[in-house]
Design a protein around this ligand. Structure first.
Ligand code: SAM
Length: 377
């Protein structure tokens, strides 16, 4: 790792666009009922790593104008709850509780993607770091940034690593994750960027090669048109010398896929219903999560998993913040997530259509998950 000044000692790497404001006030640890009964890898005491630098404040930047996310949630709720069929975008799962529940999902027996992607990173991180030779690792939708340590370690061993920029819409989880990394990697400049990556990618503009990682199969939560727009937007902001590391879950036996999104312990069901609690808290809605059941199904034509919430009864929900009264019929289903599954040729084609050239493709030993490295074509 290069010996760099701490973020607090040097000028911001990114010019401050309107609404992009630096802060240094990380919150305390997350709490979510039902999400803490297993030890988290991320929360385990770091082995081999030095203690946190207690005297250095973490740099936090907000890319979007004040109130942008709150208004976006209102707009999505207004449009989605008025649509037929009803739909809510998955990015709103991730309040503190939702982020904790997702971390719990990643440790479930049924949820293979995290383990599969981690095994690829264990094997390929050195190769990725050598190919990218990046000073900055930007991670979109970083979440707990747990697997990210494998990339950071490899980039440090390569001698190029100077800064880490995790980007996520879930502020509390992002800052908690960034604090951990900040404490574990002395000399690494960590800037947590609170943003919606579909609106603002949060890429630092400093010179030096950047490796942009988008892990966890999160790209599969975007619909095809959104994926194309996202990839084109990312490509337009990359420079020669930058690289893009993309994790994609692969098409496989539907029984394996459905189990990963409908676990026996009901953690994914709790995660799915949490979106109702988010609307209750943010918009004053009166959803009763117990009046809905979790549904996960495989759409073979689209090759995606769909998560839905099915109303268990005729009911009326009110959403005062957007002046909406929403009737649900018994059995009516509302889509809350798609999770597209990919084939290697499809990934290469989508990347090529956006102006990327895929240079490497890895899968885990059971061919469940794919990781691609691309460069601007
Ligand atoms: C499926 S989780 C993956 C987390 C982590 N990258 C992993 O591999 O385990 C998706 C993450 O992306 C974040 N996210 C989802 N939509 C987002 C958006 N539009 N902008 C920024 N972050 C987003 C969520 O808050 C969550 O932390």
């Amino acid at each position: 790792m290069r010996d760099v000044p701490r973020p607090s000692d040097r000028p911001a790497e990114t010019p401050q666009a309107p609404g992009r404001t630096p802060h240094t006030a990380p919150p305390g640890p997350l709490r979510c009922p039902g999400a803490e009964d297993q030890p988290s890898e991320a929360s385990a005491p770091p082995a081999r790593r030095p203690a946190r630098k207690a005297d250095v404040a973490l740099r936090v930047e907000r890319c979007l104008p004040d109130g942008f996310l709150a208004e976006a949630l209102r707009a999505d709720a207004r449009a989605g709850l008025s649509a037929t069929p009803k739909v809510l975008p998955p990015k709103w799962f991730y309040d503190e509780c939702g982020s904790e529940l997702f971390e719990k999902i990643t440790r479930l027996d049924e949820y293979y993607p995290t383990r599969a992607e981690r095994s690829i990173l264990r094997a390929a991180a050195g190769q990725i770091a050598a190919a990218a030779r990046a000073e900055t690792l930007v991670e979109l939708g970083a979440g707990a940034a747990d697997k990210t340590r494998l990339l950071l370690d490899a980039m440090a061993a390569e001698g190029t690593l100077a800064s880490f920029v995790p980007v996520d819409v879930s502020e509390a989880a992002l800052i908690e994750a960034a604090r951990r990394v900040d404490g574990e990697y002395p000399g690494l400049a960590v800037t947590a960027v609170v943003s919606d990556f579909e609106e603002h990618l949060g890429l630092p503009s400093a010179s030096g090669a950047r490796l942009v990682a988008f892990l966890g199969g999160t790209i599969g939560n975007l619909l095809p048109g959104q994926r194309a727009a996202f990839l084109a937007s990312l490509r337009s902001r990359l420079r020669p010398g930058d690289s893009f590391l993309l994790g994609t879950d692969l098409v496989k036996d539907p029984a394996v896929l459905v189990a990963a999104y409908d676990d026996a312990a009901g953690v994914t069901a709790a995660f799915n219903k949490n979106i109702l609690s988010v609307l209750n808290a943010a918009l004053g809605a009166d959803f009763d999560p117990d009046a809905f059941e979790h549904v996960a199904l495989w759409d073979a034509r689209q090759e995606w998993i769909e998560m839905r919430l099915r109303s268990l009864q005729d009911q009326i929900v009110t959403v005062p913040a957007i002046d909406l009264v929403v009737p649900f019929a018994e059995g009516e289903e509302m889509r809350t997530e798609v999770s597209a599954k990919f084939r290697s040729a499809g990934v290469a084609a989508e990347l090529a259509a956006a102006g990327f050239s895929m240079t490497e493709w890895w899968t885990d030993d059971r061919g469940r998950f794919g990781l691609s490295l691309s460069v601007p074509a």
